[in-house]
Ligand binder design. Structure first.
Ligand SMILES: *[C@@H]1O[C@H](CO)[C@@H](O)[C@H](O)[C@H]1NC(C)=O
Ligand SMILES: *[C@@H]1O[C@H](CO)[C@@H](O)[C@H](O)[C@H]1NC(C)=O
Length: 283
């Protein structure tokens, strides 16, 4: 993820580059799992019976991650004497919520580990091109998981919203079927942090999917001529400082070991009848 910034950070350990490079993927993952996994909320209802002594004007229903709503029980008056009935919310969004949080936690751990490897074990990362290869595969897999996890959780959240809507919960109560009893929603659960978690899920997907290209460039699978082409492309997305790999390994002349290990792979891929290679050769 965002190798270029990390590379700069390595050269200037005290600069702010280090912070920005670590923060982007790591912090986005933290936001995603904290806003979902840390959630607890509740709603409040009031049941005002004809016989006031039976009423309960503040019935609280609390729920939290992982949203096994069918296990959330609460007692409400039936408005027939002191009798009460035990009710439960409907639905279970735990599988999508847990899947989402699991993806976020592993994405967090991976981007943290990748950052450490990239900053401190640069040469090992380059060895046999294995680091970039693994990084590429993992980034593709995580992009997919973010998309699936965020979509599933978006659906799970919409179920949670319906099941915890006070108006829906009132329909479960037998007392509220009698028009003479007054049933009211006092307050609805606050869902803003869960909405945020879905937004961050999709932002993470965009972040990781966008990084596929940059990690792909690190694998050396594209032709070595790509470095000429990368310059006009830089204008497209200035948020990523790209062209880094080509500039760093060919331009600076440092790290001769890296260069040696990369030359064979460049040749290997230069043989492919790929567009960029033939395009760049005349230059
Ligand atoms: C009303 O319901 C709440 C639970 O939501 C309960 O703690 C409280 O004791 C009930 N009040 C009465 C008067 O039954
Ligand atoms: C109201 O409830 C009390 C105690 O539960 C009972 O004694 C009374 O008869 C009830 N009143 C009516 C109108 O149902």
């Amino acid at each position: 993820m965002q190798r270029n910034k990390k590379k700069k950070a390595r050269r200037h350990p005290n600069s702010s580059h280090l912070e920005t490079s670590v923060i982007n993927p790591v912090l986005f993952a933290i936001f995603a799992f904290a806003t979902c996994g840390g959630y607890s909320g509740g709603l409040r209802l009031s049941v005002d019976c004809v016989n006031k002594t039976d009423s309960n004007l503040s019935i609280d229903v609390a729920f939290a991650y992982p949203f096994r709503l069918h296990q959330v029980t609460f007692e409400v008056p039936t408005c027939e004497g002191k009798e009460r009935e035990k009710l439960a919310l409907t639905g279970d969004s735990s599988s999508s919520a847990e899947f989402f949080v699991t993806v976020a936690v592993f994405a967090f751990l991976y981007s943290l580990a990748a950052t450490v490897v990239y900053i401190f074990f640069q040469n090992k990362y380059r060895e046999n091109n294995r680091g970039p290869l693994i990084d590429f595969i993992v980034t593709v897999v995580f992009s997919f998981l973010w998309l699936v996890g965020s979509s599933a959780w978006a659906k799970g959240l919409s179920d949670v919203k319906v099941a915890t809507d006070p108006k829906e919960v009132l329909l479960l109560m037998s007392a509220c079927k009698q028009p003479s009893n007054k049933c009211m929603a006092v307050h609805s659960p606050v869902m803003s942090s869960l909405n945020t978690s879905v937004v961050f899920g999709f932002l993470n997907f965009i972040l990781w999917a966008g990084n596929i290209w940059f990690v792909f460039k690190e694998t050396g699978w594209h032709s070595s001529g790509q470095r000429y082409l990368s310059e006009p492309m830089e204008k497209h997305s200035s948020s990523y400082s790209q062209g880094r790999y080509a500039q760093d390994s060919y331009g600076s002349g440092g790290g001769s070991g890296q260069q040696a290990s990369l030359e064979p792979s460049s040749d290997e891929f230069g043989q492919q009848p790929s567009g960029p290679a033939s395009f760049a050769n005349p230059i």
